[in-house]
Every structure is written in C-alpha cells, then in structure tokens.
Design a protein around this ligand. Structure first.
Ligand code: MN
Length: 416
C-alpha cells in the first residue's frame, strides 16, 4: 500500500505506520496528530470535517485534548477502526480530489512547522531490568564477576517504581544532576555534580486500558492492555547510583529526567516484525508462560553529538534481545493486584546485545570509564559531557517495509 502523500523512501513513517502524537500546530492549537512521511496530520480537523464518521466510531472531542489518554481509553476496536479509515483516506487508491485538496489546505502541517509535546499524561512509570546482557554486565561491575546475575533474575522480571513527574518529551534538555557520591578510596561522601552522567537505551510500552485495584492481567491477555511503544532514554548518574542504591534500588540517580520520543507506534504497526524471544532457562512459573512471537525485531541506535560537532554512532542494539517480554512484564506487575492506568509507561530496562558495540549505556560501553570511546573529532568519552546531545533512533525493516520511531533526543546541560 502506498500513500498519495509524498513519503521519502527511507522514512520511518510510511502509511503502514500511522503513529500517534500530540503537536502544537502553527495556529497555536495543541491537537492529536498522526504522520505520513514529513507531513503531520491534524486528527481533530479530520474529525471536524466529518471524514472519520464512516469509521464506525464517534471520536467526539478526544483529538482536541492536550494528551492522548482519552483517545487511548476508547479501546482497541476504536484504534483499529481509525487505523483502517486513515489508510483508506491516505492510500493512493483514494480518488476523491476535492477531499484531498481540502485536507492539504486545512489538516496538513510540515513536521518543521509544529512542536511535538508529551503524548500522554503518565500517572505511573516502572522501569524493568529485562536484558540479560545488561544485568550481567552491571552485576560484574557493581558486584561479583563470578555471580553477576542475582538468584531471582531468571525467575521474575526485576523492576522498580520510577518517577513520572520528570518524564519529558524529546527535545527537552536536562541539567547534569547534583548529588551525593562516595569518591574512590574515600570513607565520607561528597556533594556535587555527577561525574558519571549516562544514558540508557530503552523502549517503553504505553498502557492502553486501566484496571481496578485487585485485578490481574494474565500473560495471555496482556497485549489487550498495551497501546504501543516509544523510545526511552533513562538518564542516569552512575556515581550517585552506586552510593545510594543499596538496599532499595535507584532513587535520585534516575529521577532527574527521562526522555521519550514523541510518536507512539502501535502494536498493529509492529505486527510484521514479531520474533521469538531467547530461550528461558530454567522454565518460568506458570503465570509467566507465554506462547507465540512476543518479541519485536526493532533495530536501535544511540548517537552522541558534541556541541557544534557531528553525530557519532556509539551503540547498535536490538529490542529482540530482551529476555523478558512485555506480556511477562505486565503479568508479573499485576499478579499481586496492582492496578494500572491508561498512559502509564513500562520501560524495558537498558537494551544491551551480546557484542561490545551493542551495549546500551556508557557504563557498559566504556566499562565504567576504564575503556573510553574515541569520537570522530578526536575527543574521548568515559561518560556524557556537558553540551553533548544524546539521540536514540529505532526502526524495523523487512521485505522493503520500514516502520520507525523517529528520534528521542536530549542535550546534557551544565549542573545548576
Ligand atoms: Mn533504566
């Protein structure tokens, strides 16, 4: 299927993608949007024009809201009906020239003319720790090289409750955090800016349906409760983390900022890219068992761009490496009756692959600073420096179809 909207050949956003986001358009209004190629499409305008009527759903005012939560709450049937209707309207089989002309003049905006906003209101955010390569690397560095994985790791998807208030959209810059650290060899902590500012390459799924306290979501039903995915950069301060994290896990080393990409790519768009996950050994408990293809083949890249410099590719990984899949994560999270809310974010944990160039954090890439990276301007990096921009990109490719996420970008500003 092709669109009558011009779509560059390597675009992340062909008509098969149709991601959802929130944008402030040139008139100053903030509305729900989708995107084909570099054209942003105002969904509130489409609804006003009446051309979504024969989708079979009444979308009311949901596209005029400043976040997507109300739209997502309409449920999978509504999302699928809208997707089908959008594909009809924007497919090159649509011969209604009047309709196309009206759309072009009243509902289309170039990506450069809009400001993308936080797509959802996030009530709760959880970060998992589901890459076996990442957990093994961190265990080796922070604890015991011989017993890097703790005894629970292969039995449950380890996670912690993160901070929703400091999740920001791509393009928002974040200051180097201050905090307490224990310098090497010292017996007393000091206060000051982190010296180990880091990124974490992650993806997050967006909850598509709320539950009541006491309800559980089974692994088999879990995908009914998942709307789609974002790219996620879980900014981290490693020296603050290693001093504070025992015994209750990360706290101020993680909650000073996390960055999401602005476009939510739906499970429907990712359907062609399903793959089997790694073999789980030992076998997991019955409530965590899943069948079928529950992982996704999503290529991931991290770039570092120094101030006024060029982009440097520092990591190439893939979401398919995840040991624990999203159904297992959601089943585990709710098995005790913990309730979830539409718009919640559940991040994967750092996505490291088996090769050194596939590690998803500076901590692992430079092995805690002992093996610095050299950038193409000749400078070296143990961790992120002030004015460095971190850019995560992600895309799937198969049989000539490319579905992507765009980018998740943030610059490290000096400490305050
Ligand atoms: Mn993380």
């Amino acid at each position: 299927m092709n669109s009558w909207i011009e779509t560059p050949s390597q675009s992340d956003f062909p008509i098969q993608n149709l991601p959802f986001g929130i944008a402030t358009i040139p008139s100053g209004k903030t509305v729900a949007v989708t995107r084909i190629g570099d054209t942003v499409i105002d969904l509130a305008k489409l609804e006003q024009m009446g051309i979504l009527n024969n989708s079979g759903f009444d979308f009311g005012e949901v596209f005029g809201q400043p976040v997507l939560n109300q739209f997502i709450d309409l449920g999978k049937e509504a999302h699928r009906a809208l997707r089908r209707r959008l594909q009809e309207i924007f497919s090159d089989t649509n011969k209604d020239q009047n309709q196309k002309d009206t759309l072009k003049t009243s509902a289309f905006h170039s990506i450069d003319s809009v400001t993308m906003r936080m797509p959802v209101k996030v009530s709760d955010y959880t970060d998992f720790y589901s890459s076996i390569e990442h957990a093994t690397n961190v265990g080796k560095m922070f604890r015991d090289p011989a017993n890097a994985l703790l005894p629970n790791w292969r039995h449950l998807p380890v996670g912690y409750h993160g901070r929703a208030s400091s999740i920001v959209v791509s393009g928002t810059d974040v200051h180097r955090p201050n905090g307490q650290t224990l310098p090497p060899g010292a017996d007393q902590p000091v206060f000051g800016p982190t010296r180990m500012f880091d990124f974490e390459l992650e993806m997050a799924f967006v909850v598509g349906k709320s539950t009541q306290l006491g309800e559980s979501v089974s692994a088999a039903q879990a995908e009914d409760y998942i709307f789609g995915f974002l790219l996620f950069n879980d900014l981290s301060a490693r020296d603050i983390q290693s001093w504070e994290y025992v015994p209750l896990g990360p706290f101020l080393s993680k909650n000073f900022g996390s960055v999401v990409s602005p476009w939510i790519v739906t499970l429907e768009a990712l359907e062609p890219f399903r793959v089997k996950g790694p073999v789980q050994d030992p076998e997991v408990l019955p409530y965590l068992r899943t069948g079928g293809l529950r992982n996704f083949d999503i290529q991931l890249e991290v770039m570092i761009r120094p101030d006024k410099g060029e982009e440097n590719l520092v990591c190439s990984s893939n979401f398919r490496h995840m040991y624990w899949n999203i159904c297992q994560q959601l089943a585990h999270h709710t098995v005790n009756g913990c309730n979830i809310t539409t718009g919640d974010l559940y991040a994967s944990g750092t996505i490291s692959g088996p090769e050194p160039g596939s590690y998803g954090s500076m901590l692992e890439l430079t092995w805690r600073g002992t093996n610095p990276l050299t950038l193409n301007d000749g400078s070296s990096r143990k961790f992120i420096e002030d004015h460095d921009t971190m850019i995560i990109r992600g895309f799937c490719e198969k049989d000539g179809l490319r579905i992507g996420f765009g980018e998740c970008k943030t610059k490290a500003l000096p400490s305050r």
